[in-house]
Design a protein around this ligand. Structure first.
Ligand code: SF4
Length: 178
């Protein structure tokens, strides 16, 4: 299995969500989200269409296969561009690009920075990778490994974020019938 930025995001918000997703119970409209980001980039930055844009990056780290697809990488300026519609889940976007920056570093590409672009909001956010971020990513990966290796689905977290989670019904219906 490939570990992607989605796994990192899910680990940070809910271990149960990560476990369900990793065990093939997928209720997110991931493909639509990815398509929306691509469409937004193509319409907001049409000059990028002519260039080779998406860059897949992989690395096997402690037996885990890490995988990311960078929206647009400017190799000359060493800048990753990631396009998003809304900044509602900005922390997830930041850790997504930190993960990409780390993947590039693991592949020997150093001193890269990233820009998250919100063309609808006319905002941008610059992201860098620090040594502390790398420690955090290593810690997260170790936690992800533990969740993936477990046969037990982690418990419901009873958080306000559950109401907007695609697993809400599954989690709370299952709990009510216990
Ligand atoms: S509904 Fe809550 S407990 Fe269930 S997966 Fe989503 S965030 Fe986790």
């Amino acid at each position: 299995m490939h570990i992607t930025a989605t796994h990192i995001n899910y680990f940070r918000i809910c271990k149960r969500k990560l476990w369900l997703f990793s065990n093939g119970i997928n209720m997110e409209q991931t493909s639509d989200t990815v398509y929306d980001g691509k469409l937004l980039q193509d319409t907001s930055y049409p000059q990028r269409n002519e260039k080779h844009t998406e860059l897949p990056v992989t690395f096997t780290y402690s037996g885990l296969k890490l995988y990311g697809i960078i929206d647009f990488y400017d190799a000359r300026k060493k800048v990753i561009h990631e396009t998003k519609r809304s900044n509602k889940i900005e922390q997830a976007h930041i850790w997504q690009v930190k993960f990409y920056l780390w993947l590039l570093k693991l592949n020997g590409v150093e001193d890269v920075t990233a820009i998250i672009e919100y063309p609808v909001l006319r905002e941008t956010s610059e992201v860098t990778l620090t040594d502390m971020d790398i420690l955090e990513l290593e810690k997260v990966l170790s936690g992800i490994r533990k969740v993936l290796e477990s046969d037990q689905c982690p418990p419901v977290i009873h958080s306000k974020i559950c109401k907007s989670c695609s697993y809400y019904e599954l989690c709370y219906v299952a709990e009510e019938s216990e």
